[in-house]
Structure formats: structure tokens, C-alpha cells
Design a protein around this ligand. Structure first.
Ligand code: ADP
Ligand code: MG
Length: 334
């Protein structure tokens, strides 16, 4: 081969190698009342990140409870409207999950969480009378879906606070994959979701926060999984009586959960499922959560109690590294 031809071939190969090359990039944004960080590795990572941001803002515009133009706001202030695919998907999923958990998970609790001030930050303890009046408005079985239309009684209101970020994580991962990204890590305010493995081919190490100190209490290695936590310590207020009221609610009583659970972390493939489960297992409490897991073992679970006991499902044995001092460490078995 002529040496100029060879040289050109080498230059072309080098050019192709560089232009096919995979790079790292990351971005941060504030959306859904949450500081989010996304790191990606692959071809054209910056373009993929831009699309990701747009998609997150789009979901936020659809499901925000406070933006007057959102589907959810309009739905919560009228009776029947046609909604976006995001809102429709979340409504269907939320209602299905409510049925499956006999209402422990309830996407229609907004009238109650508002009365306690969690929607505005103007916290108060409502009277039992007020709670009794509002509870019928949280009857999710009255919500009807007709094509793209959602119909509910005046005074009822939806809120995807418990599943919106998990859904968003799944949508982001789908978008990243469609854009040639093979490896990514999302941190949507403590909701961690991984696409593939790290760029070097090893698994991601995810720290799990101690509900008591805020430092890492445990760590786990994952690939292609969501690690999603609901913590009573994340949002609560202290009332005049000195009692702490958290943002996770017992849908039957209309009161914040007070069952000795400090935090629940769920590990499974789907962010939406993990997010729904983290809230639901928190509300169920230790015994019922363990029993739910025994019947639906398509996820792993870590439970921190207020007494600093740690419980985790048997699939995590040998995978979980523990750093904190726990009062006791217990494995939930079949
Ligand atoms: P975070 O938003 O802190 O990540 P969660 O995923 O557990 O935590 O979601 C908590 C939110 O879910 C609350 O702020 C409220 O909007 C909503 N919520 C509270 N209790 C319930 C419940 N029993 N079922 C469904 N949603 C709930
Ligand atoms: Mg949740």
C-alpha cells in the first residue's frame, strides 16, 4: 500500500474513533421542588442532557399541583378535563396501586395533606371534625377515567408527590437510552436511578442515608436499578404539643403516619414502582410491609426504625455494606 494511502487511512480511523467516542457529562437542575443531578456517559452526552432537562420540565408542567396551567391543577379545580399522557399514566398507575394496597397508597389525599399545611408550608393540626369532613373527598374509587378525560367530584384532588419523581426517573432513562446513552446515574432528590454500569464497567455504589445522622448508614452496588427512599425526617413539622408530624399519611385516619418507621428504601428496576412502594411500605409499617414483600418479592427493601433497628430483605444479604451502629440488624426472610 502506498504510504500516503496508509497515512490517510490512519487519520480517517483516528477521526472515526474520536467522533464515535463516548464522553462523560453532567448537569443539575431544580424541578419538582427538588435539586436533581444527572450524569451520563455515551455519545453526544450534552445533547442527551438537554433533552432530558426539557422532558423533566415538561413532566413538571403537566403534574405540578401549584402551576395553574398544569393538568393536575386544572383537574383539582374543575371536574372533568382531558389530560396529557404523563398525567393519564400516573393517574392510572396511582389508582391501580391504590386498589392493590386497599387504599394504603392513595393518590387522592391532597385535601387532607392541604389541611395539615404540607402543600403550602403553613403547617397546622386540623380538628378531628375537619378531618372527618375531608376524608370522603379522598375516596379514590370515585375517580373515573374516560379515554383521556379524568372526572372527579368537586373538592377532590390528585397529588403525585409519592410517585412523580420515580416516574420522571423512568422517563429520563428511556430518553437517555433512545439517545445512545449506555451509562447514567440520576439523583432526583435522593431518588437514585442507574442506567447500566459505570463507564469503567463496574457497578455504581449508592450510599443510603441514615435517618438519624444524615450520613451514609449503608451502601449497595447496583446496575440498572432504582434505589428510592421515603423518609419521615425529610419533611415534618413540630406542633405546639411538641409532636412531630411527617409528610407521609395514613389514608384511613387522615393523619401523618406514626408507626415507629424512620425510613424505607426500595430497590427494584422500575423507579415508578420503587417510589410507590417506598411510600406504601412506610405507611404499612414493619409487619405489613414484610408480609407485602413476601407476597410480591419483585423488590428488595430496607427499613430503618425510630429505635435505630435495621431490617432488610434476604436478597440484600452480602450486598449491603453497613456503616452505622444499629440497635439491631435483622433480615426479613420468606
Ligand atoms: P419524598 O417526596 O420525600 O421523596 P415520598 O415518595 O414518600 O417522599 O412521597 C411523599 C409524598 O407523597 C407526600 O408529600 C404526599 O404528597 C404524598 N403522600 C403522603 N402519604 C401518601 C399516601 N398514603 N399515599 C399516597 N401518597 C401519599
Ligand atoms: Mg414514594
Amino acid at each position: 500500500m502506498n504510504k500516503y494511502v496508509l497515512l490517510s487511512a490512519i487519520i480517517l480511523a483516528a477521526f472515526l474513533f474520536i467522533s464515535c467516542g463516548e464522553k462523560k457529562a453532567s448537569t443539575s437542575l431544580n424541578a419538582m421542588d427538588t435539586f436533581m443531578t444527572i450524569q451520563v456517559y455515551g455519545k453526544k452526552p450534552d445533547a442527551a442532557l438537554e433533552k432530558t432537562k426539557e422532558r423533566i420540565y415538561q413532566i413538571e408542567r403537566n403534574i405540578s399541583t401549584t402551576n395553574k396551567a398544569s393538568d393536575v391543577y386544572r383537574l383539582n379545580h374543575s371536574e372533568k378535563i382531558s389530560v396529557s399522557t404523563d398525567t393519564l399514566t400516573l393517574t392510572k398507575y396511582g389508582l391501580d396501586f391504590a386498589k392493590q394496597t386497599d387504599g394504603v397508597f392513595n393518590p387522592a389525599l391532597y385535601p387532607i395533606t392541604s389541611a395539615w399545611g404540607f402543600t403550602t408550608g403553613d403547617y397546622k393540626v386540623p380538628s378531628q371534625n375537619q378531618i372527618n369532613e375531608l376524608l370522603p373527598l379522598t375516596d379514590y374509587s370515585k375517580i373515573q377515567i374516560d379515554g383521556t378525560y379524568i372526572n372527579m367530584e368537586h373538592g377532590m384532588a390528585l397529588d403525585f408527590g409519592a410517585i412523580g419523581k420515580g416516574y420522571t426517573g423512568d422517563e429520563v432513562i428511556r430518553l437517555l437510552k433512545d439517545n445512545g446513552i449506555k451509562s447514567a446515574l440520576l439523583d432526583l432528590g435522593g431518588n437514585i436511578q442507574a442506567l447500566g454500569k459505570k463507564a469503567d464497567g463496574t457497578e455504581w455504589t449508592i450510599g443510603i442515608k441514615s435517618p438519624w445522622t444524615g450520613k451514609a448508614a449503608a451502601a449497595i452496588k447496583i446496575a440498572d436499578k432504582a434505589v428510592i427512599t421515603s423518609g419521615g425526617y425529610e419533611r415534618f413539622f413540630t406542633a405546639d404539643d411538641g409532636h412531630n408530624y411527617i409528610h407521609i399519611f395514613d389514608s384511613k385516619t387522615g393523619k401523618p403516619v406514626d408507626n415507629g418507621i424512620a425510613g424505607v428504601t426500595i430497590i427494584t428496576e422500575s423507579g415508578l414502582y420503587a417510589d410507590a412502594l417506598s411510600t406504601t411500605m412506610f405507611v404499612m409499617g414493619l409487619e405489613d410491609a414484610a408480609s407485602y414483600w413476601r407476597h410480591n418479592s419483585d423488590f428488595e427493601m430496607i427499613i430503618f426504625t425510630e429505635n435505630q433497628d435495621l431490617y432488610y430483605t434476604e436478597g440484600l444479604e452480602e450486598k449491603l455494606k453497613l456503616f452505622a451502629d444499629f440497635s439491631s440488624v435483622n433480615v426479613i426472610r420468606k
